[in-house]
Ligand binder design. Structure first.
Ligand code: BOM
Length: 141
């Protein structure tokens, strides 16, 4: 659900500042991670892909090949309130997006494409959170 997704985003987003330097993601491109879900934010910058890899690695959500670690992602999402209602859908949507971009060999380029695909599909699926929902739970993490 979008409510659960707001918790996952609020928690995951806390890792952004630790990853800014190594990813080269400037505040001009993305100031706060929750803006990822804004209607007018375009998921296109390679640096964002690098940042998502760095952030995911903080929580062991990727395999060595920078593809999603399915079991760890399930467990991560399930650790949030009502997480079991989202984990299956989230893993399926991300994996479906990974399959579409599997031929891209640059990890940062591929992951930003996967993230853009996931944003579109999450909206279609009705699990994309409003930025206000994320801001309401930020203080919990
Ligand atoms: O193949 C690369 C897998 C990358 C998975 C992350 C894609 C989605 C990242 C953008 C949105 C994040 C919102 C919440 C955290 C989900 C883990």
């Amino acid at each position: 659900t979008a409510e659960v997704m707001s918790h996952v985003t609020a928690h995951f987003g806390k890792a952004l500042e630790e990853c800014r330097d190594e990813s080269g993601l400037s505040p001009e491109i993305l100031e706060e991670f929750q803006h990822f879900w804004r209607e007018d934010f375009e998921v296109v910058h390679r640096e964002l892909g690098c940042a998502i890899i760095c952030m995911s690695n903080k929580f062991s959500l990727l395999q060595d090949d920078s593809r999603m670690h399915h079991v760890n992602m399930h467990d991560y999402v399930k650790s949030f309130p009502n997480g079991h209602m989202l984990s299956e859908t989230l893993v399926t949507l991300i994996h479906n997006c990974e399959k579409q971009y599997d031929s891209l060999t640059d990890d940062c380029d591929r992951v930003v494409k996967v993230a853009a695909c996931f944003k579109v599909d999450a909206k279609k699926e009705g699990i994309a959170p409003e930025v206000a929902m994320i801001e309401a739970v930020m203080e919990k993490y």
